[in-house]
Write a protein that binds this ligand. Sequence first.
Ligand SMILES: [Zn+2]
Length: 283
Amino acid sequence: MPEGPEVESVRRELLQLINLVVEKIAFTPLSQKYTKYQGKEEKFSQFTNQKLRNVHRFNKFLVWEFDKAPVILNHLGMTGSWTMISSLEELSSKTTHPKVIVEMRTPPHAIFDDSRNFGQFRLFSSIEAVKQYPPIKKVGIDGLAEDFPLGEFIDRLAEQRFQNRQIGDLLMDPRLVAGIGNIYKAEILFEAKIHPERTVSTLSTEETTLLGKSISKILLKAFYDKGSSFDARYKLPSGESGGAQRWHKVYQRIDQPCDKCGSLIEKIIQKNRSTYYCPTCQD
Ligand SMILES: [Zn+2]
């Protein structure tokens, strides 16, 4: 599933569409097999002739803003992706499960492709309404902030409600920090030298500080490399792949030697999610 760095990388490429005028937002025949897309074309016809003003990101949600309300809330889900094409004739060659076509008066056009259909593409009355949507309203710190608020992170981590959680599990809870999924959780904990099963209340001030710095360092590094494309599902709207998978130290490296100490990387399951770590470097 795309994490913060991947969603932000997608957003940056979608910004190419800003100031283009919408010709039509169309739903493909394939999309009509799914109730969430049925009959939507009529509701989205109001965007015709409007300019795209911005694409925002809140946690892992993208919000498309036009001249006039409403806005479109979009989540990539497990396998959702955007592909930019210069002509609608490229639709069949460049996408496999196209659901929504955002056709502009002048190219490029953007296609939302989603093979497993966990993605979302729906209307909200305004940006303010989106901010009240519970999965967005409850979100804590944006882990991708250029100026990561370390003090706020340390304060939040000290909240009573988080004290009995294992850190490997808590890092994926967006109420603490948004944008961390299974890949970067593992890489952040390796960077911070903290074992994923440590209970939050046992972390020292030094460890907490290093953890905050590691979150920012790993997420931004991944974003600068345009995300991780190790499983070929994730790609950018330009068709390019991300490069962050090249420097993963622990994620999906079970039984391979740790770069730092040579111990074999191990895997455990925490709350049904696999967690990779070095048994020597992380304690
Ligand atoms: Zn090691």
